[in-house]
Write a protein that binds this ligand. Structure first.
Ligand code: FDA
Length: 402
């Protein structure tokens, strides 16, 4: 069977590309349904993009690589697409856009675009072998008990990263990229909770607190969530992408900077109130109770008994809480995979491999990883669209020559 374009992976990037590449397109996936990560994302409402989709929100060996695709297919383009399909949405926080209804609406939109473009979708399909001969890609595919060979002029690798193997994530894109001469940078789990060597946070499980957390070059002011196994919540997930094994993380539990003055003012007002009681107006009570054990310092006595120096020391401790995580939850729960197909081998305009004409790599498989908050889907849409446009333009120029 012959197609113009064979797309491996019917996730966010693969479906976007299949819907817009034009010509005879076949998109294959081993899952039983397309876009499974879209379906479960954003608590079932899919945080499909972010209003502030700047290149600074992406990690990559080459921080400039993502700029071209993101500017040529922006968050505004995807919002426009969603609007044209009548999908209602809202901004939750920090520019994060979610469906009002269900993430399934995004999948249905992509499927209807694929249908309108005449793209074929083969699900439950095992990809056994992919080779290149005589300028064509040959894929051995197995489905419904039959093995078939498909030929295509263009091959798009869109099988994503390694996160959540239980959902069908595999390293196929990396293996095939290597096979076709591309480099793959070190991969590791990102947007993932931290674990600790003991169960010190178990008593606080379920407590959430706004904080500023930092690791390496990353610093984020969002919620920290205490769990049975360690620390999670958006602030922790964000900094996990910047953290390296063995490093410290720093948490500022009073990020607005006004706690010392607030405690002094309260002391002047009602010195007989307990320090713990006053602190519980600024932090969750269960956290206040656990502070001496966790952060250090003393919270006994009345507020009126505390000197300026004592209050200052306590606030300083709260603002510079240093911890050494044992590790992370790993690919089992990570939302993304950091690293991937080295951008040095790809064109930033088209996602085509420099050394292998007709081979494209898009989405999470590429060494471009966004922050939490809709950035990763925007990368999937934008990189999928960059490849689709290049494939379409290539076909148009070929037919002109013909
Ligand atoms: P994606 O993983 O979507 O698709 C890859 C496809 O390839 C899958 O359909 C898979 O079955 C298939 N495949 C893999 N190996 C194969 C093989 N060997 N053979 C055949 N098929 C194979 N991002 C965001 O911006 N907003 C959000 O709200 C969320 N929420 C979220 C929640 C959870 C729980 C996770 C795990 C992730 C998110 N993300 C997110 C991240 C987002 O889901 C992710 O970045 C994109 O889905 C990446 O799109 P891709 O198309 O590159 O891969």
């Amino acid at each position: 069977m012959e197609f113009d374009t064979l797309i491996l992976g019917a996730g966010a990037a693969g479906m976007m590309c299949a819907a817009h590449a034009g010509g005879r397109v076949l998109c294959v996936d081993h899952a039983r349904a397309p876009g499974e990560k879209i379906r479960i994302s954003g608590g079932g409402r899919c945080n499909f993009t972010n209003l502030y989709c700047d290149p600074e929100a992406f990690l990559s060996g080459n921080p400039h690589f993502c700029k071209s695709a993101l500017s040529r297919y922006s968050q505004w383009d995807f919002i426009d697409l969603v609007d044209r399909h009548g999908i209602a949405w809202h901004e939750k926080t920090l520019g994060q856009l979610f469906c009002d209804g269900s993430a399934r609406e995004i999948i249905a939109m992509l499927r209807s675009l694929m249908d309108a473009a005449g793209a074929e979708l083969w699900l439950g399909t095992e990809i056994r072998e992919v080779t290149r001969r005589d300028g064509m890609f040959h894929a051995t595919l197995h489905r419904e008990g039959r093995t078939e060979t498909v030929r295509a002029r263009q091959l798009v690798l869109a099988t994503g990263g390694k996160s959540i193997p239980k959902m069908g994530a595999t390293g196929l894109a990396y293996d095939l990229a290597r096979h076709f001469g591309l480099n793959v940078t070190e991969t590791r789990p990102g947007l993932v909770p931290f674990t600790f060597s003991d169960k010190r946070f178990a008593p606080l499980s379920g407590v959430a607190v706004p904080a500023r957390a930092s690791a390496g070059a990353g610093a984020f002011e969002e919620a920290v969530l205490f769990t049975h196994r360690g620390l999670s919540g958006p602030a922790m997930l964000q900094i996990s992408s910047y953290w390296r094994e063995g490093e410290e993380i720093v948490i500022d539990l009073a990020p607005d900077g006004g706690l010392f003055e607030a405690l002094r003012a309260a002391r002047a007002d009602t010195g007989r109130v307990k320090l713990k009681t006053e602190l519980a107006r600024h932090l969750p009570q269960r956290l206040v109770d656990a502070l001496p054990e966790m952060v250090g310092g003393s919270v006994v006595g009345n507020l009126g008994d505390q000197s300026d120096a004592a209050l200052q020391t306590l606030v300083a401790q709260l603002r510079d809480w240093r911890l050494k995580p044992a590790g992370t939850e790993g690919y089992r729960t990570a939302e993304v995979t950091l690293g991937g197909v080295d951008t040095d081998g790809l064109s930033s305009q088209t996602m085509e491999a420099r050394g292998c004409a007709g081979l494209y790599v898009i989405g999470e498989a590429v060494d471009v990883t966004g922050w939490l908050g809709g950035y990763n889907f925007q990368w999937a849409w934008a990189s999928g669209m960059a490849a689709a446009r290049a494939i379409k333009a290539g076909a148009a120029s070929q037919s002109q020559v013909g």
